[in-house]
Each structure stands twice: as structure tokens, then as C-alpha cells.
Design a binder for this molecule. Structure first.
Ligand code: A3P
Length: 299
């Protein structure tokens, strides 16, 4: 008897970025892989790793095109759904939704990667402050915008950080609910939780763990290539293939998106008190165990 209580969708999310109803029309296949993250937490890295595992270390794969962000409002839902329906390889799809706004399939495998919120914020600031007019146009001037358009970021990263904490993820979406919603379901048999810090510490071990979770046996003859193609330097050099739309939305292109790949850059800017504010909120919103995992990768 099946005693698992599977997550159920309890709400839809609509915003300048999200259109969650698209998942209601997605036809799952048994071997689908869903990659979840809050954003700026290593999504593209996991997409690259999975592409390398599925395609056995091949070069030149159009990873961003293969693995669309399904719940992004643009391009329209039918374009992404038709593209995914036409794929004949094992599919790997990206989402930034909290788990309760997704359709969760017992058939698919889910990989959720998280990153310390201060590192996420530093990465978000780079993402937002280098976004060009094409990015604002796609989000604010296309049909389906719900809520206020997204504006320019504050000039000061410190103010951007406080605003994000004080206004529950503004101008993006709630960080805490995203992390907590996935953390709370971590015991599901088809879910794997990952942490950016752990990938930084032991990329080879983490890739082997992902392969194992996805039931992909690694071709040892290709192992060094797989590893190299998932390194920061390789991904930065070849960023156009893995970054959405080849990076056309950012000043400086795709290399701007694969920016520094390091945690802790906030340490030079945040005072002890600023950093503590994050830690206290993490404890309060997530609880001790989840906050510890988020910060360290240790469960
Ligand atoms: P930074 O902006 O801190 O450099 P996402 O894909 O979820 O938007 O996350 C983007 C972040 O992941 C960026 O962080 C990017 O540099 C980092 N990243 C992507 N590939 C990486 C890799 N191979 N090694 C380390 N960091 C990587």
C-alpha cells in the first residue's frame, strides 16, 4: 500500500516573473527530472551537470534551450510545453516555485539546490544590476504581467540586501517559503536536496551522488571530461550555451551571469549586525536544522 503523502498544489503564483499554471498542463514522463531552486543558487550548474550525465560528457550542448524555466512567464506557456513534448532525450526542467505552487509528480525525480541567502542576494544583485532593456521589456511589456512591473535595483547593494530581507524577497519572491517548502518534503523518495556550498567543496562526489540518484551509470572513460565541463572556469568560458537565451538579457552577455561562483563575497560589505540579521531571520523562519543545512550543507 502506498503510504506516501505526495505534495499537492495549493495555490498559483503570478507575478512579473511567474506563471505557475503552466505545470497543470505539463505531461510528465516516468524519467523526467525537475530542478528546483529559489534562484541564483546553482540552477545552471545543476542543469550543466545533468546534461553532462545524460549526454556522457558531450560538448556544445544547448543546455539552456533544452532545459527551460517552465514557470517563467516568457515565452508563452505553449511554446515551452510544445518544445518539451518534442524532446526525445531524458528531460530536465527548471522551476523556481515553492513546492506547494508546483504540480509534484511521483513519477519524476526532483533535485532542489539551495544556497546561503546572503550569497543568493549577492548573485541576484549582479543579475539585476546588469540586466539590460531587453530584460525589462520581456518582463514588463509582454502580455500576462501580474502585479507591479519590476523596477531598477537600488544603487547600494547594502540597501538592496535590507530591502530583500525586510520585504520578504522583494523585488523577487519569498526566499524563506521557497526553502522551507522544499526542506519540509526532503524525505520523499524521489527528491534530492543539494547545497551550493557542498558542490563547491566536493564537486566530484556530488556529481556521483546525483548520477546515483538519477540512476545514470557514469562512463569512467568520460569522467574527466564530465568533471571539467562542470567546473566554473569551463562554464564561464562556454557560458553562452548554458545561460538563458545565450545571455542577451545582460550587459556583457552570458559571462556576466556565470559571474564569480564563490560564496562569502558579502563578508566585505555586511557588518556583523547586518549579517546577524539574516541569521536570526533564518532561524526564525526555517528552524535550527534547516537554517544550519542552508548555511553549511550539513544535514
Ligand atoms: P554568482 O553570481 O555568485 O557568481 P543560477 O544558475 O541559479 O542563476 O545561479 C547562478 C550562480 O551560480 C552564479 O553565482 C554563478 O556564477 C554560479 N555558478 C554557475 N556555474 C557554476 C560553477 N560551475 N561553479 C561555481 N558556481 C557556478
Amino acid at each position: 500500500m502506498d503510504t506516501i503523502t505526495w505534495p499537492q498544489k495549493t495555490r498559483e503564483l503570478h507575478s512579473n516573473h511567474f506563471e505557475s499554471t503552466v505545470w497543470n498542463d505539463f505531461q510528465f514522463r516516468d524519467d523526467d527530472i525537475i530542478i528546483g531552486t529559489y534562484a541564483k543558487s546553482g540552477t545552471t550548474w545543476i542543469q550543466q551537470i545533468i546534461s553532462q550525465l545524460i549526454f556522457n560528457g558531450q560538448v556544445g550542448l544547448p543546455v539552456a534551450e533544452m532545459s527551460p524555466w517552465l514557470d517563467l512567464r516568457v515565452p508563452p506557456a505553449h511554446v515551452k510545453l510544445e518544445g518539451l513534448e518534442a524532446q526525445t532525450h531524458r528531460r530536465f526542467v527548471k522551476t523556481h516555485l515553492p513546492i506547494d505552487a508546483l504540480v509534484y509528480s511521483p513519477k519524476a525525480k526532483y533535485i532542489y539546490i539551495a544556497r546561503d541567502g546572503r550569497d543568493v542576494l549577492w548573485s541576484l544583485y549582479n543579475h539585476h544590476s546588469t540586466a539590460n532593456e531587453k530584460w525589462y521589456g520581456a518582463l514588463n511589456d509582454t502580455p500576462g504581467l501580474v502585479g507591479p512591473p519590476i523596477g531598477k535595483p537600488n544603487d547600494s547593494i547594502l540597501e538592496y540586501y535590507h530591502q530583500w530581507l525586510d520585504q520578504d524577497g522583494f523585488p523577487w519572491w519569498s526566499f524563506w517559503e521557497n526553502i522551507k517548502s522544499w526542506w519540509d518534503q526532503r524525505h520523499l523518495p524521489n527528491m534530492m536536496l543539494l547545497n551550493f556550498a557542498s558542490l563547491k567543496k566536493d564537486l566530484a562526489g556530488e556529481i556521483r551522488g546525483i548520477a546515483n540518484f538519477l540512476d545514470i551509470s557514469i562512463d569512467e572513460a568520460q569522467w574527466n571530461n564530465i568533471l571539467e565541463h562542470c567546473s566554473f572556469d569551463y562554464m564561464k568560458e562556454n557560458a553562452t550555451a548554458s545561460v538563458p537565451l545565450g545571455g542577451i538579457f545582460w550587459e556583457g552577455g552570458a559571462k556576466t551571469f556565470i559571474h564569480k561562483g564563490e560564496n562569502g563575497r558579502w563578508r566585505d560589505v555586511l557588518s556583523e549586525e547586518d549579517a546577524q540579521k539574516y541569521e536570526q531571520l533564518a532561524e526564525e523562519k526555517l528552524g535550527t536544522a534547516c537554517a544550519h543545512w542552508l548555511k553549511t550543507g550539513e544535514i
